[in-house]
Design a protein around this ligand. Sequence first.
Ligand SMILES: [Ca+2]
Length: 504
Amino acid sequence: MVVRSCVSSRRILSFAAFASVYVLAFSAPLAPAQDAEHAPSEQNAVPSDVSADRPPNVLFISTDDLNHDLGCFGNPDVHTPHLDRLARQAVVFERAYCQYPQCSQSRSSMLTGLRPDTIRVYDLSTHFREHVPDVITLPQLFRQHDYFVARAGKIYHYGNPGDIGTNGLDDPPSWDLVVNPSGRDKAEEHLITNATARRGLGSSISWLAAEGTDEEQTDGLVTTSIISLMEANRDRPFFLAAGFFRPHSPYVAPKKYFDLYPLDTISMPEVARDDFADVPPIALASTKPWPWFGVTRDEARRGKQAYYATVSFVDAQVGRLLDSLDRLGLAENTIVVLWSDHGYFLGEKGLWKKQSNFERVARAPLIIRAPGMTDGSKAVGDNCSRPVEFVDIYPTLADLCGLTPPNDLAGTSLRPLLADPDSDWDRPAFTQVRRGRNVFGYSLRTQRWRYTEWGPQGSEGVELYDHETDPGEATNLAASPEYADQVAALRTTLRELSDRRPEP
Ligand SMILES: [Ca+2]
C-alpha cells in the first residue's frame, strides 16, 4: 500500500516519501522525519518553553460537510469524545451560520472575511481573486505578521474526492507551505458501494468500511502532517490549518468506526409530505429525487451509519491533534478553532446533503478554544446561543492574536462572546444560495427567527420559522397575518444585504 503525498513550498529543502511510511522533511527548522507510529512518546515529550508574551499560535481545524450531530451539540448517539473534550475547554457556538451552504462559496467567504456577494463566488469553479485580486486572506494576514503558515488537506475548495492529492482551488499567497496527502480512501475507490449509481462519489450516498489504519486514510495523513509541522515549528508563532475531507461523501472510514454504529440502531426520520405544502418549490430544488436522492430506506440507513462512522473517524484525528498540542507544551498558547463549511441533511424532511437555506444546512459547528481568555472564566465549556457568522472568524482570530485586519471585513470579532457567551448581541446571521444562473435565496437568522426570501423581493417565495417553537422548521408562518409585523421587520434587515448584490 503506497501512500502518496505532495508537498510544495519555497521553504522546503527536501522531500522524501517512502512506500508504506509517510515521511516529510521540512526546513526552517528541519523536522525529524517520522510517522505516526514513531511519534515521540509522552516520556520524551519536549517541555514547554513557550514565552507567555509570544503571540498565540493558531490550530485551525476544518471539516467538510460536518453537521451538528455531535455529542457536544447535544446528540448523544454520535460518538465524538475528542470534540466533546475540546468543547469542554472552549466556547461552543450553537448558532453559527455559513454564508453559503456549499464548499467553495463558504470557504472563500470565511477565508477572505467577505460575503459571497462581495467576492462574487457563487459556484465551485470561480476563484475569489477574479473579483478581489488584492484581498488579504486570513492565513495571508498571519504570514504578513511573520507567522509560519501552512495547511495540509482541504482548506480552500477541492473537488472531494476528485481532487484529493492535488492543490485543488488553492490560493498560493495564503501559505508558506502546503501538504496534499492522498490515502487509501482515494486509492481504493473501486471498493466503495455507491447507492446512487448515477452520481459521482462527491455527490453520492456511498460508503466503505475500510481496511487498515487511520494513518493510511487521507485525513489520517493530514493529521500526521500537521503534527509534524507543530513539532518542526514549535519555537515560533504558527498558523497551521488541518483540512479534513470527511465526513463529505464518499463516507469512507476504517471499519472500527462503523462498529460504533450497529445498523439496527440507525433509524430514518419519518418524512411527512405535507411538511412541504407551505414551502416554495425553489427552496427544495437541490433535493431531487425526493426523498433521499432516490435511495431505499435501507440504503439511506447505511449512508447515515457511514456518515456517522466518518464523523467519529475525524473526531479521532482531532484527538491526535489535541494530544500533540499537549505533548509539545503548546496547548497553553495555541488558539484552536474547529469549524465546518456548512451543515448537512441526513434524511430529515426527506432531504440529503446541502445547498438549501434550511437551518440544518445553514448552521454548522464552530468551536473556539482561546487560551488565556476562556481558561478560568465562566465561558469555559459554555455554549453560546447568539447567532454568529463564519465571516466573524477572521476578525476574531486577528483580534485574539493582536493583528490588524483589513478594514472592510464583513464580520466582527467574537471576543465579547468568548469572554461571556451571554453578552448582549444583536447581530443577525445571513446565508444565501443561488438557484440556476441568477435567482437567489437570502436567509436571515436572529436569535429566534429564520426568515428567507427567494427571488427579487421574495417573488419566488418567502419563509418564516419560529425556532422557539419549531426547531425543525415544519410550519412556514410567512403568510400568517398575525406575523405580518415580524415579517416586515425581518424583511427590512434582510434587504439591507440582498439589495446590495452587484449586477452579474
Ligand atoms: Ca463542504
